[in-house]
Design a protein around this ligand. Structure first.
Ligand code: 8YV
Length: 328
C-alpha cells in the first residue's frame, strides 16, 4: 500500500522536471508567479502545508514558525544554506528541516574561482573597455592585474565548498591556507597542501586572496569587520560566494575608498537583493547576482534532493539531509 501523498507547498518556481515530479509524487502546490511570497502569504502557506519547500528568499523566523499550523511537519529547503530559517524554533516544534548539500559544491566553487580570476586579471574591467570601443592598442604597462601562481589563498570555512575551491586554487598554483573551527582530516590537508590557521586575524594579515566560504550564523555575522579589513594587505583580494552578512559592507566600501584592497568579488550582499551603492561603478569590484549554484544541472540536482528528502519522510523514514542545530 502506498503512503498518503503529503501536501507540499513550493514557494518559488523550480525547474520544470522537478515540478512535474513533485506533482506526481505529492499533493504539490506550485507558486506560478515566481515572485517571493510576502510574509502574509508565507504565514498562510504555513497553515496549509504539511511540507514547505522554501528557498533563500523566504525568511522563516521564529514568529512565523511559531504561528504555523499543527499540520506542518517538514521544511524541505531548496538550497544548502539555512540561515533564513530559525532552526531552533522549527526543531523545538518537532518540524524536520532538510537542505540540499553536496550537489551545488562544484558549481559554487567554480564561481568563487571565476571571481578570483576576474578580479585579479581585471577581466570585467577589460571587457568593458573593449565593449565601449575604448581599446586603443596594447601597452606594456596598461591594465595589469595580479599574478595568482604562487600566491596565498586564505579560505575562511573549509567545508565542502571551501575544499572544492582549494582544489581549483591548487591547480592554479596557489598556496592554500584556511581558517576553520577544526583542521580538516590529514588526508585532505595533504591532498590540498593546505595550512590550517587557528587564528583568523593572523591568517588574514598574510593572505593575497581571501575567500569566504562559511555559513552565516550569529558568530560569523560581520566576520570581516572594519578591524579585520584593516589587517588585510593593500594588494589583497576579497571574494565572497557564501553570505553577504559575513562582511560589514559599509566598512568594505570605506576600505575601497582608502584603496586598502586590490579588489573585491561578491556574489552575495549584506541586504540582498539590495547592493550597497558604494560598491557600484568601481572598476576593481566585480558584482554578481547570487549565481553560486545557478547552473541548469545544479538546480535540477537541488530539486531532486528536495524530492528525495520529502519522499523519504513520506515513506516513514529519516530524510537524508536533515539539519540539526548542533550542525550549525
Ligand atoms: C541557492 C545558496 O541559489 O544553496 C545555497 O545556500 O546560497 C544558493 O546557491 C539558494 O540558496 C537557493 O535557495
Amino acid at each position: 500500500m502506498s503512503a498518503r501523498k503529503l501536501k507540499v507547498v513550493l514557494t518559488r518556481r523550480l525547474p520544470d522536471a522537478v515540478e512535474t515530479r513533485m506533482r506526481e509524487l505529492f499533493d504539490a502546490e506550485l507558486n506560478l508567479t515566481d515572485r517571493p511570497m510576502s510574509r502574509d502569504e508565507l504565514a498562510a502557506a504555513l497553515q496549509r502545508a504539511e511540507v514547505l519547500a522554501p528557498t533563500i528568499t523566504d525568511q522563516l523566523d521564529a514568529e512565523l514558525i511559531a504561528g504555523a499550523g499543527e499540520q506542518l511537519k517538514m521544511i524541505a529547503n531548496f538550497g544548502a544554506g539555512v540561515d533564513h530559517i530559525d532552526i531552533d524554533a522549527a526543531v523545538g516544534r518537532g518540524i524536520i528541516v532538510t537542505n540540499t548539500p553536496g550537489v551545488l559544491t562544484e558549481d559554487t566553487a567554480d564561481l568563487g574561482m571565476s571571481l578570483i580570476l576576474a578580479v585579479s586579471r581585471r577581466i570585467v574591467e577589460g571587457a568593458a573597455v573593449v565593449e565601449a570601443g575604448r581599446f586603443e592598442g596594447w601597452s606594456p604597462t596598461w591594465m595589469c592585474g595580479r599574478k595568482l601562481w604562487g600566491k596565498r589563498l586564505g579560505i575562511v570555512g573549509m567545508g565542502r565548498i571551501g575544499q572544492a575551491l582549494a582544489r581549483r586554487a591548487k591547480a592554479f598554483g596557489m598556496q592554500v591556507h584556511y581558517h576553520n573551527r577544526k583542521p580538516v582530516p590529514d588526508m585532505i590537508a595533504e591532498e590540498l597542501g593546505a595550512t590550517w590557521w587557528d587564528d583568523l586575524d593572523q591568517m588574514l594579515a598574510r593572505m593575497d586572496v581571501i575567500s569566504l566560504n562559511c555559513p552565516a550564523t550569529k558568530e560569523t555575522h560581520h566576520l570581516l569587520s572594519a578591524e579585520r579589513l584593516a589587517r588585510l594587505q593593500p594588494h589583497a583580494i576579497v571574494v565572497n560566494t557564501a553570505r553577504g552578512e559575513l562582511i560589514d559592507e559599509a566598512a568594505l566600501v570605506e576600505a575601497l575608498d582608502r584603496r586598502a584592497l586590490f579588489g573585491v568579488g561578491l556574489d552575495v550582499f549584506e541586504h540582498e537583493p539590495k547592493v550597497h551603492p558604494g560598491l557600484i561603478g568601481r572598476p576593481n569590484v566585480v558584482l554578481l547576482p547570487h549565481l553560486g549554484s545557478a547552473t541548469i544541472e545544479a538546480r535540477q540536482d537541488m530539486g531532486d534532493r528536495v524530492i528525495a528528502n520529502i519522499m523519504t519522510y513520506q515513506n516513514g523514514h529519516r530524510p537524508p539531509d536533515r539539519v540539526i542545530p548542533a550542525m550549525l
